[in-house]
Design a protein around this ligand. Structure first.
Ligand code: ADP
Length: 400
C-alpha cells in the first residue's frame, strides 16, 4: 500500500456534468485490462453500478478484486479499457484523473490512519483540501466521530485505539467529506468475529444513509450476501456473474459461482429427462431433480450441485422411496419432488442455532446438512434433497 491518504473530495467544477452532480456516482468499467508480467489481473472486465447502490465484489484470493478497486480509486492505472464515474471518464486511453479528484473515499483493511495524528485530526485531514472555515470543519468532524460512537476518543492516537475503533475512525474519515463513491477493500478482515458483525452493520447503515455509491470487496460469501444490493463474482480477472444475492444463490450462472457461494456437495450422473429447464439426473440408482442449464439434454453427463439449504436429515428407512428413471416423466410439478437417499453421519458440528452434519451416501459426501438436533456420528439415516436447491450443469464445465 503506497497511498494512505483518503480521497474525500468533491468532484472538480470542470467535471460537474449531470452524472457527477448526482450524489452517488454511477460507475462504469469497460474492457478493463491490467497485466502483471504474463498474468492478467483484470482480463477485459466490464462492470456497471447504478448510483447509490451497494455492490460487493466476491472472489477468491488473486481473482483481481483489489486491482479493480484500486484502478477505480486511481491508485493503479489500467493497461486497457475505461472507467467512468458519473459522466466523467476518469481513466481511458487519453485521460487519467488523479485519485483526489475522483470524488471518492476508500477504507482499507489495515485502516491506513496517520499514526502521528489523533482520531479528530485523521478525520479532519479528509476535509483539508476543502478549505472549510475551521468551525464548520470541527463541527463535521465531531458529527462524523459521534456517528461512529467515538466522540469520547477524538483526542486519542491510533496506537491508543483498538482495531475496531481504528476502523471506525477510518469510516468516519471516509464519510465526512460526503464522497460520491465509497470503496472498501476487505475492511473487516483484521477484526474478530463479534466485532466484524457489528461493524458490518455500521458500514451498511452509514453508507446507505450517506447516499453514496459503494463498492466493497471481500472473499467472504456471508459478508457479501449480508451487505450487497448486488454481488459481482470475480474469477481470474473477469466478472462471472453480477446479480442480487438471492439470484446468485438460486440461479448461479456457472458451477464456479455456485461453489464459491456455498455448496453442500455435488454428485455426478446422467440426464434421464429434461423439460422446461428442469432435469432428472440418474446418479446410478437414485434419481434427483434439479434446475438444469439450457444446454443439458437427455443422456448428457451432468454434475448436480446441491445447496446446503436443499438438504435435511430423516430416519433411515428400509425402503427409501427412491425415484427410478422409469417413474420420472417430469410432466407435472409433482414429479419435480425431493428424494431421500440412504446415508451415514460422518461428522456433526454445533453451530449455535443448531447442528451441521457431514453425511456420506453412495454418490459422495454432503456437508452443512442442518438440523436443530444432533445426529450421532456413524448413525444410519437418510438425506433428503430438495430440487429447489439443486442446479445441474454439463459435467465438463467442472467447478474449478
Ligand atoms: P484479489 O484482490 O482478488 O486477491 P488482486 O487484485 O490483489 O486479487 O491480484 C490479482 C492478481 O494480480 C494476483 O495474481 C496477484 O498476485 C497479481 N498482482 C496484484 N498486484 C500485483 C503487483 N503489484 N505485481 C505483480 N502482481 C500483482
Amino acid at each position: 500500500m503506497t497511498i494512505t491518504e483518503p480521497f474525500s473530495l468533491p468532484v472538480p467544477a470542470s467535471t460537474e456534468s449531470r452524472g457527477a452532480l448526482e450524489h452517488g456516482h454511477r460507475v462504469s468499467v469497460r474492457g478493463a485490462r491490467k497485466q502483471y508480467g504474463a498474468l492478467a489481473a483484470l482480463d477485459g472486465l466490464d462492470l456497471d453500478i447504478e448510483p447509490g447502490r451497494f455492490t460487493v465484489l466476491l472472489g477468491p484470493s488473486g481473482s483481481g478484486k483489489s486491482t479493480l478497486v484500486r484502478s477505480i480509486a486511481g491508485i493503479e492505472r489500467l493497461d486497457q479499457g475505461s472507467i467512468h464515474l458519473g459522466d466523467v471518464a476518469v481513466s481511458d486511453g487519453h485521460r487519467y484523473v488523479a485519485p483526489e479528484r475522483r470524488g471518492l473515499s476508500m477504507v482499507f483493511q489495515d485502516y491506513a490512519l496517520w499514526p502521528h495524528l489523533t482520531a479528530q485530526q485523521n478525520v479532519a485531514y479528509a476535509l483539508k483540501r476543502r478549505r472549510l472555515p475551521a468551525a464548520e470543519a470541527t463541527k463535521l468532524v465531531g458529527e462524523a466521530l459521534e456517528r461512529v460512537g467515538l466522540s469520547a476518543k477524538g483526542r486519542h492516537y491510533p496506537s491508543e485505539l483498538s482495531g475496531g475503533e481504528q476502523q471506525r475512525v477510518a469510516l468516519a474519515r471516509a464519510v465526512v467529506g460526503r464522497p460520491s463513491l465509497l470503496l472498501f477493500d476487505e475492511p473487516l478482515s483484521n477484526l474478530d468475529a463479534d466485532l466484524r458483525e457489528r461493524l458490518r452493520v455500521e458500514i451498511s447503515t452509514l453508507t446507505r444513509e450517506s447516499g453514496a455509491t459503494a463498492l466493497y470487496i471481500t472473499h467472504d460469501q456471508s459478508e457479501a450476501f449480508a451487505l450487497a444490493d448486488e454481488v459481482g463474482v470475480l474469477r481470474a480477472g473477469r466478472l462471472e456473474q453480477f446479480a442480487a444475492p438471492e439470484e446468485i444463490y438460486q440461479n448461479p450462472a456457472t458451477p464456479f459461482v455456485a461453489k464459491f457461494t456455498g455448496l453442500a456437495g455435488s454428485f455426478s450422473g446422467r440426464v434421464v429427462h429434461s423439460r422446461d429447464g428442469r432435469v432428472a439426473v440418474d446418479l446410478g440408482g437414485d434419481v434427483v431433480f434439479a434446475r438444469g442449464s439450457e444446454s443439458l439434454g437427455v443422456i448428457d453427463d451432468a454434475i448436480v450441485l446441491i445447496r446446503p439449504t436443499a438438504t435435511s436429515l430423516e430416519a433411515a428407512t428400509d425402503h427409501p422411496e427412491a425415484a427410478s428413471a422409469s417413474t420420472v416423466p417430469l410432466n407435472s410439478d409433482s414429479a419435480f419432488t425431493s428424494v431421500s437417499i440412504p446415508a451415514v453421519v460422518l461428522d456433526v458440528a454445533y453451530r449455535g442455532r443448531g447442528y451441521e452434519h457431514v453425511v456420506e451416501c453412495r454418490y459422495g459426501v454432503l456437508g452443512g446438512v442442518f438440523d436443530t438436533r444432533p445426529w450421532s456420528r456413524g448413525m444410519h439415516c437418510s438425506v433428503r434433497i430438495d430440487p429447489s436447491g439443486c442446479i445441474a450443469f454439463p459435467a465438463d464445465t467442472g467447478t474449478n
